[in-house]
Design a protein. Structure first.
Length: 335
């Protein structure tokens, strides 16, 4: 047994010298000092020796166990000390673990692009309340209680005179009430209508624009919106103005752009017309100036409005508006 003890001691010291970390140190402990370790197994065989051999062998085993235990503790302290100092634990050759990085939602990205385009043209961004008074949402925009245009906007009412705004146009009235011309603003934000399908949601985002000054013409409106379309969709994108109706503009026009999917050749997206509606616009109806004290004989202007989701769907070729709100990372990571 004496030779076995010496062999175990030699092997244990060699193995301990090669240990570099705590997991390796635990393997060493189990192999030699554990319940089924080599040293423990030898101690269990002491009973097989003769009474004369037993004392010497026991002393050797106890000495070796004490020595290995002491060396084990010293190695553990040494490794822990290095860990605290950060030595030998950072392998700079390993590839880094890149943390997950979020990014702006596609609706926010498109909204910011719209804001920046109009800022470069001198428009100021203003925001207002989402819970609005009937006066600002309808009446002051030339939409009285019995006006059929109200039927076009299924409204969420909080009370008889309070509602969730159906567009951001109320900010046009609020700004004109407190500011003399010239006025050049865009008003972005959430709006609410009782509508839900692949192209509509009960809540969506809208940008309304307003310009009031002396000598403003329909040509200024066309030039402004043409510049916007070319900056948003590319200079090769054609657009057209179609006569339309809005209670607070006269004359009014819908703006269509060349289909971004088929480039005007005709497809299912554009219903084979080659054109897709993108926004509504028109010259300010003089009737709304009466609500804010502007002289319609002196000032003129125009207004326009667009859905941000609509612009994003056309820009990225998306055919279902609800994809924006499902929080599907497979969809959102594309932007």
């Amino acid at each position: 047994m004496k030779d076995q003890v010496l062999d175990i001691e030699e092997k244990a010291l060699r193995d301990l010298g090669e240990v570099k970390d705590l997991p390796g140190l635990e393997i060493f402990r189990v192999s030699y000092l554990g319940k089924k370790g080599l040293l423990t197994s030898l101690m269990k065989r002491l009973g097989e020796l003769s009474p004369a051999e037993r004392p010497e062998a026991g002393q050797m085993l106890n000495r070796l166990k004490s020595d290995l235990t002491k060396r084990f503790d010293e190695a553990r302290e040494r490794i822990l000390s290095r860990k605290e100092e950060g030595a030998d634990l950072l392998d700079v050759t390993l590839p880094g673990r890149e943390p997950f990085r979020g990014h702006l939602h596609p609706i926010t990205q498109v909204a910011l692009e719209i804001y920046n385009i109009f800022r470069r043209m001198g428009f100021k961004v203003v925001e207002g309340p989402e819970v609005e008074l009937d006066y600002y949402n309808f009446e002051a925009l030339n939409i009285p209680a019995d006006h059929p245009a109200r039927d076009m906007q299924d409204t969420f009412y909080v009370s008889d005179k309070v509602l969730l705004r159906t567009h951001t146009s109320p900010m046009e009235i609020r700004v004109m009430e407190t500011q003399s011309p010239p006025v050049r603003i865009i008003s972005p934000g959430k709006v609410y209508r009782r509508d839900s399908d692949v192209t509509h949601t009960p809540m969506f985002h809208q940008v309304e624009g307003l310009l009031v000054d002396k000598g403003v013409t329909f040509g200024d409106l066309k030039g402004t919106l043409t510049s916007f379309v070319h900056q948003m969709f590319g200079r090769e994108t054609a657009l057209r103005f179609r006569p339309s109706f809005f209670p607070f503009t006269e004359p009014s026009a819908e703006v269509d752009i060349q289909c971004v999917i088929c480039r005007g050749k005709g497809c299912r997206t554009c219903k084979n017309t080659g054109w897709i509606e993108i926004l509504g616009s028109g010259m300010n109806d003089p009737a709304i100036y009466a609500f804010v004290g502007y002289d319609p004989e002196v000032y003129s202007g125009f207004a326009f409005g667009m859905g941000i989701e609509r612009v994003a769907m056309l820009k990225y070729g998306i055919d279902d508006i609800q994809l924006f709100y499902r929080n599907d990372m497979r969809f959102l990571r594309q932007f």
